[in-house]
Design a binder for this molecule. Structure first.
Ligand code: AMP
Length: 137
């Protein structure tokens, strides 16, 4: 994946505002922040999206997110933190190397990251839950 921009960033071949790294993970500032301090976390080994990620990275990833997230909040004075991650173009993924957005949030900052809808009925909602459960058994 020599052409992948986030692989090149993880390898230090193109510049980034690095925050922290381990053998497997790398954190750097997003060029176009929602708020200043908006940070991206990527696995160093290329994975296109969450479905490609080695699950054994889970524990280390959570520790890494907590450590970086806390430092971002303390530095920016944020009162909250969004962690989100896009999979696929329809979900807003622009860079095809898995990444988590850590977005510092502030009381009254007025951002609502997505609108929320409603089900037509509880039957519709429960029916959908049933169909999803059926795929997991
Ligand atoms: P997504 O829409 O989830 O794929 O987000 C991609 C993010 O990567 C966007 O928020 C961009 O601002 C950010 N981005 C793209 N290229 C770079 C770069 N070279 N350095 C830092 N952030 C970048």
């Amino acid at each position: 994946m020599g052409e992948c921009i986030f692989c090149l960033i993880a390898q230090g071949k193109i510049p980034s505002s690095k925050i922290y790294e381990t053998d497997s993970l790398y954190a750097f500032l997003d060029l176009n922040p929602v708020h200043k301090g908006h940070t991206l976390i990527i696995p160093k080994k290329h994975a296109e999206n969450i479905f490609d990620l080695d699950p054994s990275l889970g524990g280390e990833l959570v520790s890494f997110m907590k450590k970086v997230g806390r430092a971002v909040m303390e530095t920016t004075g944020a009162t909250g933190l969004n962690i989100y991650q896009n999979n696929g173009r329809s979900a807003g993924q622009e860079v095809d190397h898995l990444h988590w957005h850590l977005i510092p949030r502030f009381d009254g900052d007025g951002l609502k990251l997505w609108p929320q809808g409603k089900y037509d009925s509880m039957e519709e909602m429960n029916g959908l839950a049933e169909k999803i459960r059926a795929r997991l058994s």
